[in-house]
Design a protein around this ligand. Structure first.
Ligand code: G6P
Length: 612
């Protein structure tokens, strides 16, 4: 969690660091701070609770002027969001300055040892323990690099850090274990960041640090080594990412932009991976494990949040079309319950960021048991992408809105491609032929665009429910995970309580909640569950609930039952979740926007949860 930016070069560091922090705010944004090395070789720190914009407004730009510095935007783990708990943190004598992502698990042990050495602590954070530990080791070694190295070998837990030292002020030391960190190599300047979006304005050349590595960055260059002091030689790689891709492009919010982009992003997911004349899908990144996939005892899909919902849809797809047993697990639960994993299991991890701590830990657990691991990931070069045995990138582009939208539909599209690839090899008799599926796939972007173009219709429905307190979302089969995702989107950004349920389960509990104030979104496409869904709608109507039906364009009958209708084009079952989730994304977006909520940065959430 949290974001780190550091700069060393010839320019004024503060605006560059602030700019980078703004780009990283989606990782955490409850407090922010910077340390700048001024022209008198003093390290000056300014930090406060609140967003980066508050920091920018309140900092004295004349005083905080210099060509080297580090900054941080925080999402609290240890200690509440406050001025004092914000990063950078400094050692008791202010000589060592540190910004840190991650959690030091043995910080209490380390703190007690330091207290015995007469160290005093001003905050409750684990970071302050680490900075004092570095200070302690500096006092013994008088060598900043060595002090960092020795300290990190004593640390249990995760970290991405950048730090500076009053006595060696012309360098930034960065290190990583479990929290992403990279250095951006520009002309006569070097940046340190937890995410490439923070360096993209200045350079496209980056070096990702691996776990257990550190970088010593000065004006004249950088050196890489492991914390065990072994030199590392790695060339910078060229980022294939445009700054424009991560800007709002005229939309009010990133989330709206990302919802509206989906006709394009799903094409980016399947481009070059399907033969439209035969319906055969080919995923280059999975070729080396295809045999194993075909022989597997079962698949286990593991993920968190929205990616977990995609996994639930994947279970339906793969079981139905490929007849391979699939289990879907919350990564956070999976890793802790001594899961039974066989070497001939296939573990599929789904993650937009590729950095979610629980998902990463589940992946590592699976590897320990010798299972084959596959990633479905968006962020290129992310930790999960690098640690899986094989994988496929979803190519949805940077997703900035905290509530995941386009990554979800691209995750679903990747699962469609995997399904098509395996179905062909398994020779399963399909309800829809591969060719008809491929033909429908070609029509999908047009159908999505049609929904995007008529989003005002969805907005009109949203306007009616801006003051609702609760929502129920119901769906059957493939559309049950879509109901879960619709409910999650609403609660994430509008803070309205919402629950997703399998439609038929409603009568075993949620039906008790229904009264004339309760809106119920029911996903009711014209498929083989239609009649059953209509019965569920009747059960709701009998209790005076307000029915918002998500129904196909050609369904006239639904008007007899629904109070409001979200119209969607008809498609084949395999693609229905991709189509059906889009009006639900719009519904939650507009409800939140009308309520005046901070759509892109909802309270308490973060885009990438790199702590347990
Ligand atoms: C956070 C985000 C969610 C996301 C989940 C998993 O909770 O707010 O939008 O679905 O993490 O993230 P991942 O990057 O692994 O898909």
């Amino acid at each position: 969690m949290c974001g780190i930016v550091g700069y060393i070069g010839k320019k004024n560091a503060l605006p560059i660091i602030i700019n980078g922090l703004k780009r990283l705010e989606y990782r955490g944004y409850d407090s922010a701070g910077v340390t700048i090395l001024n022209n008198k070789n003093q390290l000056l720190t300014f930090k406060r609770a609140g967003k980066v914009a508050d920091l920018e407004k309140n900092i004295n730009k004349d005083i905080f002027s210099g060509d080297t510095g580090i900054g941080h935007t925080r999402w609290a783990t240890h200690g509440e969001p406050s001025d004092i708990n914000a990063h950078p943190h400094y050692s008791s004598d202010d000589s060592i300055i540190l910004v840190h992502n991650g959690i030091i698990e043995n910080y209490k042990f380390l703190k007690n040892n330091l207290i015995k050495e007469n160290y005093k602590f001003a905050t409750e954070t684990d970071t302050e323990v680490l900075v004092n530990l570095i200070h302690f080791n500096y006092a013994n070694t008088k060598n900043f690099e060595k002090a960092v190295q020795i300290s990190l070998t004593a640390v249990e837990g995760t970290y991405g850090i950048a730090c500076m030292c009053k006595y060696e002020p012309d360098k930034i030391i960065a290190a990583r274990k479990g929290s992403p960190l990279l250095i951006g190599v520009g002309i006569e300047e070097i940046l340190v960041a937890s995410d490439p979006s923070a360096v993209l304005n200045y350079t496209k050349k980056v070096i990702y640090l691996e776990d257990g590595e550190m970088a010593v960055v000065t004006k004249s260059g950088y050196g890489l080594k492991t914390i065990e002091d072994i030199q590392v030689l790695r060339e910078a790689e060229e980022l294939d990412l445009l700054q424009g891709e991560i800007e709002k492009g005229g939309y009010d919010h990133f989330m709206l932009k990302e919802i509206c982009e989906q006709s394009e992003t799903i094409q980016n997911t399947y481009r070059g991976r399907i033969n439209f004349d035969t319906g055969v899908a080919k995923l280059g990144g999975l070729e080396n494990v295809l045999e194993k996939m075909l022989k597997a005892r079962r698949f286990i899909i593991t993920a968190c949040g929205t990616a977990w919902h995609a996994g639930l849809v994947g279970e339906h797809m793969i079981e139905q079309y490929c007849r391979i047993p699939v289990e879907v697990e919350y990564a956070s639960e999976f890793r802790y319950r001594r899961p039974i994993i066989y070497p001939d299991d296939i573990i599929i991890v789904i993650s937009q960021s590729g950095e979610t701590a629980d998902t990463l830990a589940a992946l590592r657990e699976a590897k320990k048991h010798g299972a084959t691991t596959i990633g479905i990931v968006n962020v290129i070069g992310s930790t999960i992408a690098r640690e899986v045995e094989a994988g496929t990138y979803i190519h949805a582009g940077p997703e900035i809105g905290v509530a995941s939208t386009k990554a979800f539909t691209s995750q679903l599209m990747s699962l469609v491609l995997i399904t098509l690839m395996l179905a062909k090899e398994k020779n399963v008799k399909l309800q829809d032929s591969l060719l008809s599926l491929a033909e429908e796939l070609k029509r999908l972007p047009g159908k999505i665009q049609k929904m995007v173009d008529k989003r005002e219709e969805y907005k009109k429905v949203a306007e009616k429910f801006k003051d609702s307190k609760n929502f129920l979302y119901l769906g059957r089969g493939y559309n049950f995970p879509v109901a879960l995702e619709g409910a999650l989107k609403l609660k994430e950004i509008s803070y309205i309580h919402a629950e997703g349920y399998p439609a038929a389960e409603m009568k075993h509990g949620p039906i008790a909640l229904i009264d004339k104030n309760m809106p119920i979104v029911i996903i009711a496409p014209l498929d083989r569950t239609y009649d059953k869904i209509i019965s569920n709608i009747e059960e709701v109507k009998a209790r005076k609930g307000i029915v918002i039906a998500l129904a196909n364009d050609e369904d006239e009958n639904i008007k007899n039952y629904a109070d409001y209708i979200l119209r969607v084009p008809k498609t084949l079952a395999l693609f229905a979740p991709i189509i059906n989730v889009i009006p639900l994304q719009f519904l939650s977006y507009y409800i939140a926007a009308i309520r005046g909520c901070d759509v892109d940065q909802p309270r308490n959430l973060a885009k990438s949860v790199t702590v347990e």
